[in-house]
Design a protein around this ligand. Sequence first.
Ligand code: AMP
Ligand code: TRP
Length: 374
Amino acid sequence: MPAATRTVLSVATTAATATTRSATSAAAATAASPPARRILSGIQPTGVPHLGNFLGALRQWVQLQDQPAQSVVYSIVDLHALTAHPPVPPTTLRDSIHNSARVLLALGIDPKKSILFQQSQVPAHTQLQWVLTCVTSVGWLNRMTQWKTKAGSSPADTAPPAALKMGLFAYPVLQAADILIYRATHVPVGEDQHQHLELARDIAKVFNTNYKINLFPMPQAVSTSAKRIMSLTDPTAKMSKSHANPKSRIDLTDSDTQITKKIRGAVTDSDASVTWDPEHRPGVANLLSLYAACRDLDPASLPEGELKGVVGMANLKQKVAECVVDTVRPVRDEYLRLGGEEAYVREVLEEGNARARAEADATWEMVMKAVGMK
Ligand code: AMP
Ligand code: TRP
């Protein structure tokens, strides 16, 4: 059984309880009776998805398709990618959108079970974003870690640097619109997105209260045990597509040799023993986390369990490289095969765009009625 279908899912404990009623058909779902379980998530098309994306979020996207749900909707969020600074060149963005779709199909997103689409092709996302912007406090957005990290370099008493754009500030409101336009109840994401989910719930609550309507359910995060995979070159920072050094991450399209080389070069420490100590030995802990996530095990159990007797960083890295290679290989091989199926990948997205538009437009109608625009 592929790793993608084995992971045990858990709903984030901090999440508010979603509105859950017995299943109603899409046609029968009304503002008064929200649908049972609707799954939505998104990924930015900024480069190729990496192992952190896969272990932290994407493999549960695959798994959730096979659990009972009224709808499963996955978005390539190209509007969010416009917040990158400096801007992504248009040809790169076009390629990244296509390649992200290829990776998602390669790892098992099945267009018969899920709607896979491109965010910018569904105008109701940005229409709802405006309405939500009008109920979102500036103070809430100022507290967002992602904003603070990027804005943090400017002292409070000076004007923000020109590189700080409104799009980046409003980014979490667009994310809330992505979720609420499908009236989603469950959102599979990595830990770095939990704060944005909390904000989406706050926004939904204010909207429902202001307009005296139970339109939006409270979306909950769904997490894997690999909440945060760290960079191979700096184990105190998360593995990220935007990191300048490609050796810091394992792309899902990397060859077996590239994967093995990158893991051999991972930063660890001078202690030859293998112990689970994330605080003092973050590099070793990250390697153990990778191994554990690929094999669906508890990382803390490894030194006395499956990796008992392994001594020396070279030996540990060899074990980790083998299991990461096994995990990535089927995804990469399918990705390469889909390289010859460009028209098919485009068709999947076009069909997904049309289906997403129909779902999103239905909610937008309800929003317009609720606020008095219709
Ligand atoms: P992004 O690439 O930022 O669009 O992220 C797509 C998904 O992958 C989101 O659900 C993130 O929370 C998740 N994710 C990104 N980086 C990591 C990481 N290093 N570890 C675990 N999950 C991650
Ligand atoms: N902000 C998310 C990330 O960087 C991507 C995203 C955009 C998203 N819209 C979303 C995730 C809606 C979940 C639901 O990973």
